[in-house]
Structures are given as C-alpha cells and as structure tokens.
Design a protein. Structure first.
Length: 256
C-alpha cells in the first residue's frame, strides 16, 4: 500500500486544493502500480470497456471529499471509459444502473471511528450493497466482509482509498461528531487489500487518540470485523507485521 501526504493540501480557509489532490492521487497510484506515468498506471486498473462504480461515502459530517471523487473520476475518463459508464454513489448503489452492471469498482471513503463497527473504513464502505444493512450490525459488525462476496461486488474492486485528509479518531454513540476529534492528517492511503488498509487505519486512529488525550481512550466497539475479514472470510491481511507501507511526501507527525 501507499501512504502519501502533503502539508499544503488544506488551505487557510479549510479548502482542499484540487490540483494538489490530483497530484497526490496520481503519485500514489503510480507508485502502487509501478508506473512513472499516472495515466499508464490508471490504464492498468481500468480498461475503456469497463463500467465503473466509484463507491463513495456521504455521511454528512465527514463525507468523501468531492475533490477526491472528481480526481478519481477524471482519471477513469482519461483511461478511456465513456462518461455514461462511470457513476459516483453511496446509498443508492443498488438502484444505480452503472453499479448494477459494473465490471469495476473504486472504493473510497474517509477514515473514522464508528459506533457499530468501531472503525468506518474500506470493508464497512460496502454495506450499502445490501438492502438490509442492519443485519450486519450484530457482533460488532463481524460479518461485514461477507458482503464482498455478493455478485454485485465480488472480484470487481480495483482500488481501495482511505481518505486521511481529515480523520475522526474518537466518538461516542451513534452518529457522533465533534470537531475536537477531527485530525487534519492531510493524506491518502491506497492499496489493493481493503483489510490491510483498515488495519493500518485502526492503528493510525489509535495513535491519534494517544496524541490527543495522552492515552488511548476506548471506543464504543472494537473493530473485530477486520480480523474476521482476514481469518474467517479470507478477504485480506490484518497482521501489521505482514503489511508494507510505502511512504511518499510530507511525513511529519505521520504516526505510522
């Protein structure tokens, strides 16, 4: 996986710099795919014949940044996919004609704590691919990875991106949001393995809590679904000792 950060990605007015974000995305994908040219890297991920769903996250206090959605969409179009074969959606994916006939998915969302699953990350982001998401909330959302085996999803995910531009490292209760617990981390974490990304994300949020509180404050729920995704559902690797992180750009206070 690749971690890339830029200290200038957020300006003094709190706005995300679209041009810099596009550069960060391009650099990260190029390094991940082993290509110098960003477009060639994207062409390794996406073919002109693909029908591509960009699975975003619209939770209003901390949604996937529109700037990041646009940057991903632009590169998919640049790779030759017709505009009509690309869609960005979250809660409406099951009724979206592009997602229903998709051949490729890009999974992108912010990293944050979550009342039911402990952490909202790449694995959790696919819960909208079922019409009964509440059925996956039991046992700390441990069955979440089973959604990745549904036909609308299985084998289609080409890239997972955790937006670390802003993260929420602490919360209490359902839908809790408090700006005191938002970190402007100014980064992107991207890779092929959603389990590995989430495992690294859990460690980052833990270290952000320690940095903020001077200790690790317990969450409402422990993110056991990540270990289950590895050991039970074989979706990816959760052992941090087996995960390699390539770091690009500004790394002051990276914590991982």
């Amino acid at each position: 996986m690749v971690l890339i950060r830029d200290e200038k990605i957020i300006d003094q007015q709190g706005r995300i710099n679209q041009k810099l974000l596009q550069q960060m995305l391009d650099q990260g994908v190029s390094r991940l795919l082993g290509e110098e040219d960003p477009l060639q890297a994207w062409k390794k991920l996406i073919k002109p014949s693909d029908i591509v769903g960009i699975k975003s996250n619209e939770w209003s206090p901390l949604p996937t940044p529109e700037e990041l959605e646009r940057a991903i969409q632009q590169r998919i179009l640049d790779a030759g996919v017709p505009r009509g074969n690309v869609s960005i959606d979250d809660r409406g994916v099951l009724d979206d004609k592009v997602f229903r006939s998709s051949t490729a998915l890009i999974n992108v969302r912010p990293l944050r704590t979550h009342f039911w699953s402990g952490v909202g990350g790449c694995i959790k982001n696919y819960i909208m691919f079922t019409r009964t998401p509440w059925l996956y909330h039991g046992d700390s959302c441990s069955p979440l990875a089973s959604i990745w085996n549904k036909s609308i999803v299985r084998g289609k995910t080409r890239l997972n991106i955790l937006s670390l531009i802003r993260t929420q490292f602490y919360s209490r209760g359902a839908h809790h949001f408090d700006r005191r617990y938002i970190s402007e981390y100014k980064g992107l974490l991207m890779g092929k393995d959603p389990v590995a990304l989430d495992a690294v994300g859990v460690r980052l949020l833990q270290r952000q809590r320690i940095a903020h509180f001077g200790e690790d404050r317990p969450l409402d729920t422990q993110p056991i679904h990540i270990l289950a995704a590895d050991q039970k559902y074989k979706l990816g690797v959760s052992d941090l000792n087996r995960i390699e992180i390539v770091k690009l750009g500004w790394m002051e206070g990276s914590l991982i």
